[in-house]
Each structure stands twice: as C-alpha cells, then as structure tokens.
Design a protein around this ligand. Structure first.
Ligand code: HEM
Length: 539
C-alpha cells in the first residue's frame, strides 16, 4: 500500500511540474533585444551615458528589464512606479543582494548592506531615532562649528574648495557620530585610510567571482586559489577595530562625564538608563555608528564592458553631502544670476555679510530652493553604472497572485522572481519634461509656489524609497543648507579668467559611478566685501 501511495504522489508531483512548465510564461517588462547567452551585457552603455539611458527609457517606458549573465535587473524610470513598488510594497521590496565578500569581512553588518529582516529593523530604528528631522537639531552646533572651519579654509586656500567641502562633511558626520573632532594624524581617519588602501592595493577584480559563485566563500584560506579568503581574513580585524574603537572612546567619555552629545553617547545613555545595555545592543550600536562614519564599504562591480571593479570606503554620511556641495560650487560658477538672487535675499533678511543661523531657514525661501535644485540638477546617486549595490531586492515570492490583480501583467512576472533587483533611475525621474519645466536648466524658482515659481515637486527621490530611504536625509539637507547659505553670505563664486581677463566657464561634466561628482574644475572664491572679510576674521 505504502509504495502505491508514494508512487501516486510522485506521479502527481511530476504532472504538476509538467503542467506548470506548460503554462504560458508571463512576459518580462519591456527591454531591448537580448543576446541569447550574454543577455543585455552588450546593450548597456559602456560608460554612464545619460542620453543612452534616456533613449531607452523613452522607448521602453517607466520600467525596463535587463538580463545580465542570468541576473535580472529592473530599472525604474518613473517616480510613480518606484513609489508603487518600493514604497507602497516596501515590505517585500526592501532586501539587498547578498554580498559574499562583505559577509566574509563583516562589512555586511552595516545597515546599508543588511538583508531585510529583524536585525535590519532594529539597526535601522537605532539610526533613524537620532536622525529624525526634529532630533537633527541636536547636531546643529556641530554643523555651525564645522561651518566656521569651512569658511576659514575657503578664505585661506580658495583653490582647494573641493577638499574643504569634503573635510566639512566628513567632520560633521564624525563629530555627530562619536562627538570626536578631527585632528591631524587622527586615529579615526588613519584606520579608515589603512583599510581603504589595503582594499585598493589588493585590486579586487577577482572578487567578482564570489558573486557569481558564492559557495566559494567557504573555501579555507589554504585552498589553492582561495586568495579572497586570505584577503578577507586580513581585512576583518581592521574592520573590527574601526567598529570597536569609536564607541569605546565614547563609552569612556560617558563614564567620565566628558562626552559631547553625539549619536553614540545618546544611545549609550539611553541603554544605561533603560538598563538595556546588553552585549547584543552594544554590538548593534557599534555597527550603526560604523555605518554612519565609514560604513558604506562598497565592493562595487560594474558589468559595463565586462567587469569593472572598485572597492572603497564610502562614508554613508559624508561622500554624498560632499558631492552635493561640490555641485553647488559648479552651479554657482555657471549661474551667476542665481547666485546674485540668493545673495540679495540673504542681504535683505540678514543684513549684508551676516552669517546665517538655522533659525533663518524659514525666512529664506529662494535659498532653500537653491539647495533643492542642487539636489535635483545632479542627483548624488543618479543610477550610475549598473552596479549591484544600493538596489532593492525582492525578499518574498508569495505575492504573485495578489499583485496579479493590481499590477501590469509584466510586473507580476517580476514579483515571482525572488532576488530580482530593482534600481531607481533618479536622474531620469528628475529630468522628465512632463514633470519639470526646462529640466536641464538650473532653475531654483521651479520649486516656489505659483505665481512666483512653477510649483514643481521637490526632488525627494534623491534619497531613495520605502524602508531603505536614506535615514540621513534631514541631516544632509541641514548640512547643505548651512554650508550653502554661509558661503553665499560672505563669498562670491566666480569663474577663473584667462590672460585676457575673460571668464573661462568649466564644462558641466560629472564623473558618475555609484555616486556623481563634478569633474575637477577651477573657480575663484572671493570675499564679497570688507564687511565679509571682518566677519571671516572673527570666526
Ligand atoms: C546629499 C546627501 C545624501 C544623499 C543624496 C543620500 C542618498 C541616499 C540614497 C539614494 C540611499 C539609498 C536609498 C535606497 O536604497 O532606496 C541612501 C542610503 C543611506 N544613507 Fe544617504 N544620502 C545622503 C546623505 C546621508 C547622510 C548625511 C547620512 C548619515 C549621516 C546617510 C546615511 C545613509 C544610510 C545609513 C543609508 C543606508 C540605508 C539602508 O540601507 O537602510 N546619507 N542615501
């Protein structure tokens, strides 16, 4: 009897599988024609090419599908589609792809790369709690102190404006996270640099093999060819030290009553007062702080021509803000009319050459629009080359039936694909002619309400979507605001001049990989007046 039942079940399963395989397959979302083996590998632009993506988006619509060596990638070109999926259905669209090398080195514990689940929710809550719009005001003093340093640096060596912007954003995040001020020869920086250099020296190109064959991560270090295991073993202690060191310093300061208010000190005090300071909570805090400071450690591979590898430490909270401030300098050189208008508003509201404080923010509508236009004009994370980072991955495949009723049939196909990755083409969303009037022009008044402006939507998509939306977005905007408002109150940003005294405008070109930076350019940063010089002298 038992063998008959088994045989029956076996045959039933086979029939079910056969019927399933005969079911007509739902189509993928639209995509260009693909090579039978390489998929769309050759179709994708070799370099980041906005026009090529735009042409494809115009042709294939709000959602496009690419198959790269068997990996499915969906690109979302429309804010509405991105909201429908990544926001409204964020419970399933919030995973990140598995990154074997990050797992081997411990870097996968940073929030940016944590898979969606319990640990993600707890770590995310920890970070978000201290970075809400309201709580960010706790870190205003840090930003004002660093703003003063930025202005002094710009006065002393204006040609280095890009590195001053970098120092400003790194210093704010470091001090906000650990209450630590950057000093020359700083151990915080040194540790991060050592790790960065080690990774850069190792090249890393071969690491891509781990993503295609993740099982290899289990090979022991002695196994011939398992150089990546040895490499991971060398990096892991450094990552560990970076993660431990910052919070250890703050713990000491808290217990001696000397701690400056910071993300870590606030959490440590809360854990103490609520008697929740378990090893687990402490570990979570260390990773959360590490995420903010050096946490976006990116092992990035790009399948453009075939494989381009870069591996670097991208501080979650500084590289992004730094790129945005650099872009602001470029926008001001290219748009003197905007600069004059913003300065006129500052002079009217504050008095000429006076430095702004956060309390002035609501009284400077045009300046606020300049900050938003910088974010829209050149989104810091625009889409970049097609990398497998910062994408949203589907974590569940049980919803096909439900979504079938609601969505375009092609999407249903995608939703049945656990692990399929979704990238948001922020750049495309922010330059759509049906949303933005003259989208390629730097036009801050587009955000003013009618009739003063065009009443166009703020570029909130630059911060991502759903449960993965950037938790540092309020801090980022506040940092950008204070830097931009202060620079414009005391400095004029002008093009360089040639021997004939003519202005030489830099081309508006950007280096785009995962993030976008203006290509190196020169400009003059000059105190606006004697009054401005006096203010600068007093800082
Ligand atoms: C102009 C500045 C910034 C921009 C444009 C920006 C943009 C983004 C974007 C697009 C993402 C990915 C969102 C997604 O997957 O949908 C992200 C993630 C993240 N950002 Fe930002 N960011 C900025 C500044 C900051 C700052 C100042 C901090 C912290 C102090 C920060 C912390 C993070 C973290 C921790 C994540 C990972 C979140 C997660 O995976 O759950 N960012 N950011």
């Amino acid at each position: 009897m038992v063998p008959i039942i088994f045989t029956g079940v076996f045959v039933a399963v086979l029939i079910a599988l056969w019927i399933r395989s005969r079911k007509p397959r739902l189509p993928y979302p639209p995509s260009p024609p693909a090579h039978p083996i390489l998929g769309h590998l050759k179709t994708l632009p070799r370099e980041y090419d906005e026009d090529a993506y735009r042409t494809m988006a115009d042709k294939y619509g709000g959602i496009m599908h690419f198959n790269i060596l068997g990996k499915s990638i969906v690109i979302l070109n429309s804010e509405k589609v991105a909201n429908d999926l990544l926001d409204k259905r964020s419970a399933i669209y919030s995973d990140r792809p598995p990154l074997p090398f990050h797992q081997m080195t411990g870097l996968a514990n940073t929030l940016t790369f944590l898979p969606y689940g319990n640990e993600f929710s707890k770590t995310r809550k920890m970070i978000q709690e201290q970075l809400t719009r309201k709580k960010c005001t706790l870190f205003e003093d840090v930003q004002l102190t660093q703003r003063n340093v930025l202005l002094q640096n710009l006065w002393t060596s204006p040609a280095d404006f890009a590195s001053h912007a970098k120092q400003f954003s790194s210093a704010v995040v470091l001090e906000m996270t650990y209450g630590h001020k950057i000093v020359p020869g700083d151990r915080f920086l040194k540790n991060a640099e050592v790790l960065d250099k080690m990774i850069a020296d190792a090249g890393g190109a071969g690491l891509v093999i781990l993503d295609f064959f993740p099982i290899l991560r289990h090979l022991p270090a002695w196994f011939p060819g398992a150089w990546f295991t040895q490499f991971a073993q060398r990096i892991r202690p450094l990552v560990e030290e970076l993660k431990e060191y910052g919070v250890a310093v703050v713990e000491n300061n808290v217990s001696s009553g000397k701690a400056q208010v910071s993300f870590s000190s606030l959490h440590l005090e809360e854990l103490d007062s609520e008697k929740r300071k378990s090893k687990e909570e402490l570990e979570r805090l260390k990773w959360a702080a590490f995420t903010l400071w050096t946490g976006k450690a990116l092992y990035r591979y790009v399948l453009g021509p075939l494989v381009e590898i870069a591996f670097f430490l991208l501080p979650a909270g500084s590289e992004t803000t730094w790129s945005a401030i650099e872009a602001f300098f470029l926008a001001m050189v290219l748009h003197p009319d905007v600069q004059r208008k913003a300065q006129k508003e500052l002079d009217t509201v504050l008095g000429h050459g006076e430095l702004p404080g956060f309390e002035d923010r609501d009284n400077l509508p045009y300046l606020n629009c300049v900050v938003q236009e910088v974010l829209r004009w050149t989104p810091v994370i625009p889409l970049g080359k097609l990398s497998f980072l910062l994408i949203h991955v589907i974590s569940s495949d049980v919803i096909t039936g439900l979504l079938n009723k609601v969505f375009h049939i092609a999407l249903c196909k995608m939703t049945s694909m656990k692990g399929c990755s979704f990238r948001k083409a922020q750049w495309h969303m922010l330059t759509r002619e049906d949303v933005y009037h003259k989208p390629f022009t730097f036009l801050p008044e587009r955000f003013l309400s009618k009739p003063d402006g065009f009443g166009e939507p703020l570029p909130s998509v630059v911060f991502g979507f759903g449960r993965r939306i950037c938790p540092g977005r309020w801090l980022a905007q506040s940092e950008m605001w204070i830097a931009i408002a202060s620079i414009l109150s005391v400095f004029d940003i002008k093009p360089i001049q040639n021997n004939q005294g003519e202005d030489v405008l830099p081309p508006p070109e950007f280096h785009v990989s995962l993030t976008s930076h203006p290509k190196p350019f020169q400009c003059r940063v000059l105190p606006r007046s004697d009054k401005a010089k006096t203010v600068l002298r007093q800082l």
